[in-house]
Ligand binder design. Sequence first.
Ligand SMILES: *Cc1c(COP(=O)(O)O)cnc(C)c1O
Length: 816
Amino acid sequence: MALAPVQAPEPTVDGFVTQYLRNLNNGRGVALSTSTANDRYFALAATVRDYLMARWLEDVRRQRTMQSKGVAYLSAEYLLGRQLDNNLLATGLTDIAAEALVACGLDLEDVRALEVEPGLGNGGLGRLAACFIDSLATLGVPSIGYGIRYEYGIFRQTFVDGQQVEQADSWLALGSPWEFPHPEAAQTISFGGHTETYDDEGVTRTRWEPSWNVLAVPYNYMVPGYHNGRVNTLRLWSAQATKGFDLRVFNAGDYQEAVRAQTYAENISKVLYPEDSTPQGKELRLQQQYFFVAASISDFVNLILPSDFDMTHLPERVIFQLNDTHPVIGVPELMRVLVDERKLEWDAAWQITQQCFAYTCHTLLPEALEVWSADLLGRLLPRHLEIIYRINDEFLEQVRERFAGDADRVQRMSIISPDGSVRMAFLATVAGSKVNGVAELHSQLLREKVLPDFDEFFPGKFTNVTNGVTPRRFVRLANPGLSRLITDTIGAGWLTDLDRLRELEDYADDAEFRSAFRAVKAANKRVLARTLAERDGLTVADDHLLDVMVKRLHEYKRQTLKLLHIITEYDAIASGRVTADQVTPRTFVFGAKAAPGYAMAKRIIHLINAVGSVVNDDPRVEGRLKVLFPPNYNVTLAERVVPAADLSEQISLAGKEASGTGNMKFALNGALTIGTDDGANVEIRELVGDDNFFLFGMAEPEVADLQSRGYHPIDFVRADENLSRALELISSGAFSGGDTSVFEPVVTNLTHHDPFMALADYTDYIAAQKRVDALYADQDAWTRAAILNVARCGFFSSDRSMRDYIDRIWHTPPIV
Ligand SMILES: *Cc1c(COP(=O)(O)O)cnc(C)c1O
């Protein structure tokens, strides 16, 4: 009898129906007639899985047996979005599934609505990881994604009286049909205790005697490539108490203590930290980081590689890509494994480690660079702290050698800061074979402003890989109308070769194409309108310019600047300076979560909602301005909002947004960008051309210049009457029922500090919005510009990002 893996079911409607009913009956234990909506969704997911299974098993086998190098992507976050549609698309089964469900008397639309997206990330960084694993699978690159299976992902946001209220995201309440738990393959992860040296046949070695441990249980997820028969793996770790530990305490009669210990251990993967771009110095967070990194390294080194593997060849088999500093504790962990467990010499181990890691930096905000107190590190991971000290000593020795007498430089470059904390970005930079920023401007500023000493010390170590987004999810799935139009116009193939969108340039001046393009945008607005009506009871006018700002709420992103524009437009009508019919009808859409502990961000959310309710209810506005703020912005909502947008707001203070990826999603879906010279906006503008991008505001050197001269926001208030009126309107209580205290902190912060210089860019921003109005008044010209945005943004496919990582950093062999 043949022991080959199962074969996929027949890719026909009949084959699908048979497998679906089998899954409903055998998998869920119900008949179609007695099934719940959740049963029907689970059975559908299981059926799609069945089509992927044989390929997955084959790819896992191949990755274990092949002798070539693969990528292990280490990321504390994966903001995956819904899986069902993506997996149907990857397998080419969407139409078959829809027909099969009809044959069962069901509707694919209804069934797919049951899926809860796994929100295992905060925003851009987590979504980037999700785009990257999609592209790696589509390119057929041998790779594995490692992360944490948080029991609770990013909180669910609701508004009560306009204020953010966070609710637990219990995405696993009904189970997840996409995961495969393997408790039998759990790894033991240790913490605490002390180290001691011992004599090993004449060699002094170090032994770590930890004081407690937890189990890391792997949960595997399929990551299918698009139409290529490849399926990679995402392996997320879940914490479980070690049984022995429990029993000892329990047998001693202390049930509560046993439960407490179990709870303590399992807390490690309980919840995603809801911070975005600021580090949270919590012990639990360090536990999370070590937990998933140690499990992942052990998984690769002990299970994926053969047991007799010679570790000196490790760099020929794996590159661990560090997605920000969260997994950097992996550097001393690999050293510990090589030196203490595999008994390699320190120098040999360091040679290997340096080749096995590469580091992606995601920020320019100095406060977002992660540091850990040596105290905490030493308590939780004593051996790792020793290793970090030694790495630092040897590194600083080299610095002293190169720059004799330059004590300042030695201190500046020390991994251990003067106050005794460990600078994780420095550790990653010293250890990594490469360090990359995520957009051209960001990489340049990283070298010049954040890590200049390191750039000088390690010539050639720094590089750039501009971020990208997957066109499968963010064009094909999110925007089926546009996808159809593109395929009808330039043929298939663009989805895996996004540069081919260039061929659309020829059609920008084709009246027929323009009108089809406009019809797609109008249809997308109707889809969004339906979504927001069902989801939130909101109404969207279908003849408005849709002006969208969706992203995490952060002062550097400057949602307040957007708000000042809205208030200015509103004030002009309300005060009678213009009549309502003189303004371009606009609907402003916001989407934004604020970190629960970020008071100013939460107050800004409150202010957006407050301005929205006044503007939306004022009869003088005659419905020509609308402000919509659907709560709980997530990937599922992004897939509806992005294709409907006319205008994409990318208005961060220049030099603060590392790249942005929202900006790419919008441009690829035919929205025009109003934006600063920041992050990947710079590259978008270079590609689409100045005429097709609304640039405003200071560039980074001007920001630096103003900062050094001394920035006084009040000067800008005095210089622009519209600005002072808008701020005065907030202060006067116009948006808070006459209460002058609620939003006073927002206004005071802007007029007295304005750390992100919103007021300095206000006048130019308003002028740019006037150019938006002017172009929008000429629908042919607008549509032409929108088409050129789509045609010229193929560069922002995450497939291209992956190719750049392969060429510049990973040097993994060509893809077969
Ligand atoms: C793309 C995306 C982001 C990142 O948006 P930026 O504008 O780049 O900050 C955040 N959240 C979700 C849900 C996304 O899809």
